[in-house]
Write a new protein. Structure first.
Length: 462
């Protein structure tokens, strides 16, 4: 076997479905590593999807990546897309059932209605099984699996890549790493930003008992085949160590997310907003909701502890709906029309500016005990106190232990209101976003940890 030395050329291929100019937060971690690994002697190549597939773009996120080779590949069409193309080409659209048919069903005898409902339930169950097994296993991004695998193998052989890092979600990226590892034998680090499967199963895609069984099998094979497993939290690391206790414990390590100090240059001199401002930047999905904060503000206003003219809540990004309901209607129901601003997405640099000028940065992490939203590290970089709505878990532990803010159970509206009131009256003296805390989460420090680990994987004999 060929032995490498520390004087050898260090080449790494980063494989990520999400990458700038995509605005998806999942691309930030790998982009920061791509920018900073060259500082430690690594020649970095990135493999991702073509820009044409991106729904939203922010070209500012490409700053600092000029020295990085970025390969962008196509996606294969899905079975659904092929079916729709075939159907539209060969069969004309048929009109939907008329109102007479609908009324006939509604006026059917009770016994017939029960049979119709049972048939519909069976139909939905069959559809769920078909979708979960044929269209959503392991996720909808699997259409990148074959193009990415072929391009990765080609690049590894041509450029003599030392190692690859795959980052998920989407979890199908791990299957790319699995196939590339089998074909080339290259050192493979699988990065898990989130668990493959949560305790209750995935929520973004339909699942069935068989699809979950298959996914558990795939997860096991990935963890066994990879040379190393990265997690972003100790809780997820420890979960995998316990669940797969036949594997060496040192195979699982934690490499945190972090913030880029350069992105905050000059922001520390900005003053705070005239009104006391609470800001959230991101997307409201998967149960993420500011409603407990709306309740707390409404409570403080009714108690005459604060004036609605002196407080402002900014929701920046894809925040038009909360759990399927228009955000504007929810705001109105709490009488906060003059308090809450719902703003469209803005460039990443503008987000950091708005967070820096705010008095509180809001973080929503419900039902995520094993992971920490990446935006928390930008909040730490900005030095803005964090109000986190999160149950006991990794997010709450970090926020509370590092004293960068306070985490509350989403149902504890009383404590949320008290925290906001104390923040307004400057009596939250326990908060202390220290220089040591900021330094420990600066991305260069985080990348140094990653470099040390990569060296032990790629150069084990030096």
């Amino acid at each position: 076997m060929k032995r490498y030395t520390k004087t050898s050329i260090k080449k790494v291929l980063l494989i990520s479905y999400h990458f700038p100019p995509s605005t998806t937060v999942g691309g930030l971690r790998i982009a920061k590593f791509a920018k900073n690994l060259p500082l430690f002697g690594w020649h970095v190549t990135v493999l991702t999807i073509k820009d044409t597939y991106l729904k939203e773009k922010d070209t500012e996120r490409l700053q600092g990546l000029n020295h990085v080779k970025i390969i962008r590949t196509v996606l294969f069409p899905t079975i659904t897309q092929l079916y729709v193309r075939f159907k539209n080409s060969w069969f004309p659209k048929k009109p939907r059932g008329n109102i007479f048919e609908k009324n006939l069903a509604e006026s059917a005898p009770i016994s017939d209605k029960k049979r119709i409902e049972d048939d519909e339930q069976l139909s939905r169950k069959i559809k769920r099984y078909i979708v979960s097994l044929l269209l959503a296993l392991p996720d909808s991004e699997r259409k990148w699996l074959i193009p990415a695998t072929f391009r990765a193998v080609r690049e590894i052989k041509r450029e003599k890549i030392n190692c690859i890092i795959t980052t998920s979600p989407p979890v199908s990226v791990n299957l790319i790493g699995f196939m590339v590892k089998i074909i080339t034998g290259v050192k493979w680090i699988a990065d898990f930003r989130d668990p493959w499967l949560s305790e209750t199963g995935k929520r973004l895609h339909p699942t069935c008992a068989l699809s979950l069984k298959i996914e558990h099998y795939l997860e096991k094979k990935v963890l066994q085949k990879a040379d190393s497993i990265l997690t972003t939290t100790e809780m997820l690391r420890d979960k995998y160590r316990e669940q797969y206790n036949s594997l060496p414990k040192d195979k699982f390590i934690t490499v945190y997310n972090g913030f880029d100090e350069n992105a905050f240059f000059g922001l520390s001199t900005l003053g705070k907003y005239h009104k006391f401002t609470l800001t959230y930047a991101g997307t409201l999905y998967l149960g993420r909701t500011p409603e407990p904060i709306f309740k707390a503000i409404n409570k403080l206003i009714k108690q005459d502890k604060i004036s609605p003219e002196k407080i402002c809540i900014k929701l920046i990004g894809n925040c038009d709906h909360i759990d399927g309901y228009p955000t504007s209607e929810i705001i109105h129901s709490y009488g906060l029309d003059t308090v809450v601003e719902v703003l469209k997405p803005v460039p990443y640099s503008k987000v950091l500016e708005l967070i820096s000028k705010s008095h509180i940065a809001m973080l929503f992490a419900p039902n995520q005990p094993m992971q920490i939203p990446a935006k928390l590290y930008d909040y730490i970089g900005a030095g803005t106190p964090v109000l986190a709505l999160a149950e006991s878990g990794a997010t709450a532990n970090l926020v509370n232990s590092k004293k960068v803010g306070k985490a509350f159970d989403p149902d504890d509206v009383e404590s949320v209101a008290d925290f906001i009131f104390r923040s307004i009256t400057n009596t939250n003296s326990a908060l202390c976003n220290s220089d040591d805390t900021r330094t420990s989460f600066e991305i260069k420090s985080i990348t140094k940890n990653l470099d040390d680990h990569l060296n032990t994987i790629v150069f084990p004999h030096t």
